[in-house]
Design a protein around this ligand. Structure first.
Ligand code: XMP
Length: 511
């Protein structure tokens, strides 16, 4: 996709917001790629970027083994923006000083005083709120640098050397908590790097189609369609590029939300592809019978999904190409993250490569989620599909704690439909919202009779990256309505509770 487009390189030093930086830059019409922080200056020169961003990171630049950029990168004449650790590292490598912060560091929204004459801050006024998250700080700037911002706890919160076009900010312009962060990045791209803004997702369909035709030729392609955003957009793109050559297999594992399987079928049956729905609910529920451990549930569902898919592809005869809806964040994540496995996320599109295909095509491999959604709209997919909230591959199996039964699934589906329906009516909707069934029964009274029914948990979170999240402050009026409707309309649900946990320490899903 890069082609002859202008490129901004994001060099990764372990920061958790690297994808936000890159997708923000692409949203500002400049193509960008994320590469490891230690990429050599020689390689960088070959890639010919118009600018470089150093991400944040958890380490201390002055400690042995901390990731550092190739010092020769500063000789290339390319503008650089260092963010948080990236700014500290730039200062460290250019002769400044970085130390543990005198006041122990800063964390959270912080009033930051700007020097508006710094090109990054043009037109921003003299004070903004920024997100700070650091334990170290720059205590002496390298030669040629000026200080461009400070806070109560940090004397050097931004630095720049206008001549060499090196800029650094201690805060995170890429997160929503920082006011005018988009504008700051825009200034870096357009005033400092002099970008023209030649990246347009609209051209992607044509470019990707040409590549798909070259790769696949006259062959047939098989796709595992989950009905999620990525596999749906992937299907629509291949359908457009290779008319009549796509077979999409939708394995309904019986763990979908209310009416979901039929909705997915309704959309794709009408399109110009061979669509196969496999109703495998009984098979999955049989295997899950008596299983209570969340990781075991995920493994059973993942393994069985592959078996069902293999069986179907065998029935279809030899289809040489397998398509997968892999997107850029999947590629970045599989590039070797040392993070501990909290949950083994199972994406139904994530099939192993050794299942008997000559080749795998992944036409969304270079795109961020927002771009995939934009592409889906251009390909004529309905809004509700394109704007879907994330839904775990193992489906409702990880929203029912303990053993999964038909009875529990029915209660959860009905309660979940009400939660989504009511929250959908809000103007400012949270980023993800759903019901869970913790498997606990509770005593109640219905009419004059004792009842003993399931507890329903309501979960709603606000987040940009799903790595951290805050519980959504849903108005009590709406929560009351959800509770009343579930109690009245859902047989088997006896009590409704609202989950007010943030991530961390809780995760978004309950399992
Ligand atoms: P957690 O629960 O890890 O969720 O805070 C973060 C995001 O990932 C989704 N999620 C999953 N997605 N397979 C998936 O494809 C899974 O097993 C899985 N578990 C969680 C979750 O819905 C949230 O958006």
């Amino acid at each position: 996709m890069a082609g002859k487009k202008e490129l901004v390189l994001v060099l990764d030093f372990g920061g958790q917001y690297k994808e936000l930086i890159a997708s923000n830059i692409r949203g500002q019409k400049v193509y960008t790629e994320i590469h490891p922080g230690h990429l050599s200056a020689k390689k960088i020169k070959e890639m010919n970027p118009i600018g470089i961003v150093f991400t944040g990171g958890p380490k201390s630049v002055y400690k042995d083994g901390s990731p550092l950029a190739d010092p020769a990168v500063f000789q290339l004449g390319i503008p650089i923006l260092g963010i948080c650790y990236g700014m500290q590292m730039m200062c460290h490598l250019l002769g400044g000083k970085v130390q543990p912060a005198a006041k122990g560091g800063e964390y959270g929204k912080t009033k930051t005083v700007l020097d508006e004459s710094c090109p990054l801050f043009h037109g921003m006024g003299d004070t903004i709120t920024t997100l700070m998250s650091h334990l170290d700080e720059v205590t002496a700037t390298p030669e040629g640098f000026r200080v461009a911002a400070h806070t109560k706890g940090c004397k050097i919160a931004a630095v720049y050397d206008k001549k060499r076009k090196f800029y650094g900010v201690q805060f995170h312009p890429e997160v929503k908590h920082t006011q005018l962060g988009d504008k700051l990045l825009h200034h870096f791209l357009y005033e400092v790097c002099r970008a023209k803004g030649d990246y347009d997702i609209g051209e992607y369909i044509e470019e990707a189609s040409v590549q798909l035709r070259e790769r696949v030729g006259d062959n047939q392609v098989l796709l595992a369609l989950s009905g999620g955003v990525d596999s749906s957009v992937c299907a629509a793109l291949i359908e457009r590029a290779l008319p009549g050559k796509l077979t999409a297999v939708f394995v309904d594992h019986g763990l979908m939300r209310k009416n979901e399987g039929d909705e997915i079928e309704g959309i794709f049956r009408k399109r110009q592809m061979n669509f196969i729905r496999v109703n495998a609910g009984e098979r999955f529920l049989g295997l899950l019978s008596g299983v209570t451990d969340p990781e075991q549930k995920r493994k059973i569902i993942g393994g069985e999904f592959i078996r069902v898919f293999e069986e179907e592809s065998r029935k279809l005869g030899a289809i040489p190409f397998l398509a997968q809806g892999t997107i850029y964040p999947d590629v970045i994540e599989s590039g070797g993250s040392a993070a501990a496995t909290i949950k083994s996320h199972h994406n139904v599109g994530g099939l192993p490569e050794n299942i008997g295909f000559d080749g795998v095509v992944e036409p969304l491999r270079g795109l961020f989620k927002d771009e995939v959604r934009a592409l889906g709209r251009q390909l004529g997919l309905p809004d509700f599909l394109v704007n879907r909230q994330p839904f775990p591959g193992p489906g409702l199996a990880v929203r029912i704690l303990g053993e999964i039964t038909e009875e529990k699934l029915e209660v959860l589906r009905n309660a979940d439909a009400i939660v989504r329906e009511e929250i959908d009516k809000l103007k400012n909707r949270p980023d993800q919202y759903f019901a869970v069934l913790p498997g606990i029964r509770t005593v109640g009274v219905v009419g004059d009779e004792r009842a003993y029914d399931y507890v329903i948990g309501v979960r709603a979170v606000c987040t940009t990256d799903f790595m951290t999240a805050e519980y959504a402050a849903i108005p009590h009026r709406i929560l009351g309505k959800i509770s009343a409707r579930i109690s009245n309309e859902v047989k088997g649900a006896g009590r409704v509770v609202y989950d007010i946990s943030g991530k961390p320490p809780a995760t978004v899903e309950w399992e």
